[in-house]
Design a protein around this ligand. Structure first.
Ligand code: PMP
Length: 343
C-alpha cells in the first residue's frame, strides 16, 4: 500500500530515529552450526598421563559434524547462483548424517533434496530426512564391487540427468566440505591454552581431515593429525590381505573409494579400527564419561586407547566426536545386535 503525502500535513520532526541503529540479527537455526563444546575426557583418560578433550559435534542443530560441510557447500552454491531457492533440487549420496544436514538446510533455503542412501541408513535417519521434506532413495550394493558407494554415485548421476535444475554438492570432491573445517580447528585452537599435540579424527570424505590439517599448517601449529579409518577401507591405500573380507557395517568413517579431497600427507599417522573396536569404544565412552556417542566417535576413542602406549606423557589430545549415539540405538547400543554381529 502506498500513501500519498499531503502538502498540508506537518512534516515529521527532524529528531534522529533510534531505529537508525541496526539491531544485530537474531541467530537463525543455521547460525547455530559450529561452536560446539570441547569437554575433558578425564575419567576415561586420567590426566596424570596425558590430557584428552572431546569435541562434541552432536551439538550441531542437525546432530552431527556434517552440518558444517553441508552449510559450507550449500551457501557457496547459493552465492554463485548454482543453487536458486524455490527452483533447484540438491541431489546427494549420503550414509545418513550429511543427508540430515542437507535436509535441514535445503528446507531452510527452499531447495528440493533427493538423498541417495543405502540399507545401512537407519529407518530413523531416513524418517528425519523425510520430516524435513527430503526424498530418500535407497540403493543396493554395486553388483561388481559389492560396495554401496559406487551404486549410490551411479544413481546420483542418473538423477542429475533426469531431474530439472538438479545440483550435486559432491561431498567427496567439494573443496567447501573441507574448508568448513578450518572453523572446527580454529574453535579447538582457541578453546585451549595452547595448540593440542595430537588431533584424532575419523576419515570418510576426508573433509574434516583436510580442513583441520590445512588450518594447522597455515598457523604453523605443532599438532600432529591422527586419521582414524575403518579396516577394509581404501582411503589411505589398498587394504592389507588380512583386511579383505572384513565387512564394514558402521557408517561414517571409511570409504570404498579414494576421496578426491584426500591429501594423504596431511595425516601424520593413520590408524585402522574394526566395527567391534567401534562398539567397544562407544560403550567405554558411555560407561566412563556418560557420553552417548556415534560409531566413528567409538572408532576415535578406540584409537586413542590404543595410542596410549605411544603418546608422550603430558601431551594434550583432542578427539573429534562426529555425532551422537541416538542414531545407533538399534546397532552399537543393542546387545542383541552386537551379539548377532560379533558373537
Ligand atoms: N563420522 C561420521 C559419523 C560421519 O557421518 C562422517 C561423514 N561421513 C565422518 C565421521 C567422516 O567425516 P569426513 O567426511 O569429514 O571425513
Amino acid at each position: 500500500m502506498t500513501v500519498a503525502s499531503s502538502a498540508s500535513a506537518p512534516r515529521a520532526s527532524a529528531a534522529p530515529r533510534a531505529a537508525a541503529v541496526a539491531r544485530p540479527r537474531d541467530p537463525d537455526i543455521v547460525a547455530t552450526i559450529g561452536a560446539t563444546p570441547l569437554v575433558a575426557l578425564d575419567r576415561l583418560f586420567p590426566p596424570a598421563r596425558f590430557q584428552v578433550y572431546g569435541k562434541c559435534e552432536r551439538f550441531n542443530p542437525g546432530g552431527s559434524v556434517k552440518d558444517r560441510a553441508a552449510r559450507s557447500m550449500i551457501e557457496h552454491a547459493l552465492s554463485t547462483g548454482e543453487l536458486i531457492p524455490g527452483v533447484s533440487t540438491v541431489v546427494e549420496s549420503s550414509s545418513g548424517n550429511l543427508g540430515i544436514a542437507l535436509a535441514q538446510l535445503c528446507n531452510f533455503h527452499r531447495l528440493g533434496l533427493i538423498c541417495v542412501v543405502d540399507p545401512r541408513t537407519t529407518a530413523q535417519n531416513a524418517a528425519i530426512m523425510r520430516a524435513y521434506g527430503a526424498k530418500v532413495e535407497v540403493v543396493d550394493r554395486d553388483p561388481e564391487t559389492g560396495e554401496y558407494l559406487p551404486a549410490r554415485i551411479a544413481r546420483v548421476r542418473e538423477l542429475l540427468r533426469t531431474v530439472p535444475d538438479a545440483y550435486w554438492p559432491d561431498q567427496y570432491g567439494n573443496e567447501h566440505n573441507a574448508r568448513a573445517h578450518h572453523d572446527t580447528m580454529r574453535e579447538i585452537h582457541r578453546a585451549l591454552p595452547r595448540a593440542p599435540d595430537y588431533l584424532f579424527l575419523a576419515a570418510g570424505t576426508t573433509g574434516t581431515l583436510r580442513g583441520c590439517a590445512e588450518y594447522i599448517a597455515a598457523h604453523e601449529l605443532p599438532t600432529r593429525v591422527v586419521a582414524v579409518d575403518a579396516v577394509g577401507s581404501v582411503i589411505f591405500g589398498p587394504p592389507e590381505p588380512w583386511e579383505r573380507g572384513h565387512r564394514r557395517t558402521i557408517p561414517g568413517h571409511g570409504a570404498a573409494v579414494v576421496p578426491p579431497l584426500l591429501r594423504p600427507h596431511l595425516a601424520d599417522r593413520v590408524m585402522k579400527v574394526t566395527d567391534l573396536d567401534c562398539v567397544r569404544g562407544c560403550r567405554t565412552l558411555l560407561a566412563k564419561e556418560s557420553i552417548l556417542a556415534g560409531g566413528s566417535s567409538g572408532a576415535v576413542t578406540a584409537a586413542l586407547l590404543d595410542a596410549a602406549s605411544w603418546i608422550e606423557p603430558g601431551a594434550t589430545c583432542v578427539a573429534i566426536l562426529p555425532d551422537g549415539g541416538d542414531r545407533y540405538l538399534d546397532t552399537i547400543y543393542s546387545d542383541s545386535w552386537v551379539e548377532s554381529r560379533f558373537g
